[in-house]
Design a protein around this ligand. Structure first.
Ligand SMILES: Nc1nc2c(ncn2[C@@H]2O[C@H](COP(=O)(O)OP(=O)(O)OP(=O)(O)O)[C@@H](O)[C@H]2O)c(=O)[nH]1
Length: 447
């Protein structure tokens, strides 16, 4: 897809993931790589410079939200800005009238006929049975090409290779298929004069009164696609675009960004010669794929998940100053749920030593769940002041949560060990100085 643009961008992202530090120098390096890849793909230089400036300034100035690491943050920024380059929102084809009339336009060789076949297949899968009308009287083989294509797919076709009057064909086709849900009109891509072609399109437009006009643009023409899209979108406000031949063409990135810049909605893309090589165009999904980051959306969701910052910070402070309660531990477990296994999180903290690691290694997700159940059988007073939990309370908690007393004792032991280690860590970190402490906390919280 898009020649080696995808490969270059994916490699850049891999490089970013592998970098040991994320600082000004590394961010600049990544931005340079992205620039190079986009320029090679014929993306307009001004767009590339704007994009790099935005990525760079956001990456250097914005604080990563809680819950994501600085590295993930840079990845998210690159993703968001790249999506913006392509127009962010996915534009969809909405069949909201019957018959829904679609006028297909495009220069000769743009892939118009092939794309009509692809759209028919797409609509069939959606349960709309489209019909096609051939008004291309200019290219003798056009009707025959459509006939073969539609026959294979069981799509009704109206056309007459002996009739040279496009307007008459459109009228008759309209009559023939007036009860259909969707009618697609294929038009000529060439004429003696460009002016003649435009005049014919105008007249066809009057007769058909389409619900939507779709311009098919060959993606291999790169940035030039912008001019076509601009002229088209100025002529009609019901226009949308399909960009074809994005498989293998290095210039496709240029075509897509140039079209997006005009504001004309790109609804589908063609990615090969076969009838199924056709996709709804969704900038978010497209960019995720281009960057080789399948789960970028979940990464962003993770950043948006509202890990309550106040609770997180209070818990951390309590941990480090020895005020750590069972309530804090419960909060910590809740937070860790969204951060991955406990040991992994604890291993991130420098100087944790073997003691806690040994404890932590015994902590499985199941164990955390059972601890949470036991803690839910405790009173608030017990949670905030665990010292008061003596034998009779242990019995009650065990009964209430359906576990053995030894399990409750194990939980308390775990709590006491964690508290002790955390307190020691807090003292040591005092000597490390504020900066190191903050970094460590950042690492811990943002893991
Ligand atoms: N690789 C690739 N080839 C495509 C794609 N779409 C169309 N083509 C090829 O492009 C060529 C032109 O496609 P047509 O559908 O005949 O083009 P057209 O715009 O209808 O041409 P006219 O009928 O002459 O106006 C054919 O060889 C198609 O197979 C695509 O997405 N990828």
């Amino acid at each position: 897809m898009l020649g080696n643009l995808g490969e270059n961008l994916t490699n850049t992202m891999k490089k970013l993931v592998g970098m040991s530090v994320i600082d000004k120098k590394t961010i600049k390096e990544v931005v340079k790589d992205i620039q190079r890849a986009l320029i090679q793909s014929d993306v307009n230089i001004k767009l590339v410079l704007d994009l790099s400036k935005k990525i760079e300034s956001r990456a250097l100035e914005e604080e990563p939200p809680k819950g994501i690491t600085p590295r993930e943050h840079v990845i998210t920024i690159i993703y968001e800005e790249m999506v913006n380059l392509l127009g962010s929102e996915a534009a969809t084809l909405e069949i909201n009238e019957r018959p829904y009339k679609i006028l297909f336009l495009g220069l000769q060789g743009s892939g118009k006929t092939t794309t009509i076949g692809k759209l028919c297949r797409y609509l069939q899968k959606k349960g709309f049975n489209p019909a096609v009308v051939c008004t291309d009287t200019w290219r003798p083989a056009a009707y025959e090409q459509l006939r073969q294509l539609t026959e294979e797919m069981d799509v009704p076709l109206y056309g007459d290779p002996n009739n040279k009057d496009a307007l008459d064909l459109a009228k008759k086709g309209l009559q023939e298929f007036k009860n259909r849900k969707v009618i697609i009109f294929d038009t000529a891509g060439r004429h003696k004069e460009e002016a003649d072609l435009i005049a014919e399109m105008d007249e066809l437009d009057n007769i058909i009164n389409p619900n939507e006009a779709i311009l098919v643009i060959d993606g291999t023409i790169g940035q030039q696609a912008g001019e076509q899209a601009k002229a088209f979108s100025q002529a009609t406000d019901i226009g949308s675009i399909i960009i074809t031949k994005l498989d293998g063409s290095a210039k496709g990135g240029g075509a897509m960004s140039a079209v997006a810049e005009t504001g004309a909605p790109i609804k589908f893309i063609g990615t090969g010669e076969r009838v199924d090589d056709f996709e709804i165009f969704d900038p978010e999904r497209f960019i995720s794929r281009l960057l080789g980051m399948g789960d970028i959306k979940s990464l962003i969701e993770k950043a948006e998940e509202n890990i309550d910052e106040d609770i997180a910070e209070k818990t951390m402070n309590n941990m480090l100053t020895g005020k750590f309660t069972l309530m804090d531990m419960k909060n910590q477990f809740e937070m860790m749920n969204s951060m991955g296994p406990m040991q992994q999180v604890l291993n991130m903290i420098p100087g944790m030593g073997n003691k806690i690691s040994k404890e932590a290694s015994k902590m499985t997700e199941d164990k955390i769940d059972s601890y949470k159940i036991m803690m839910s059988s405790m009173t608030e007073e017990e949670m905030l002041n665990p010292k008061i939990i003596k034998q009779s309370r242990i019995q009650r908690i065990a009964r209430g949560s359906g576990v053995d007393e030894s399990d409750v004792k194990e939980l308390l032991k775990y709590y006491n060990n964690t508290k002790k280690t955390m307190k020691g860590l807090g003292k040591r970190s005092g000597r490390l100085g504020g900066g190191a402490m903050n970094r460590m906390m950042g690492q811990f919280m943002n893991r």
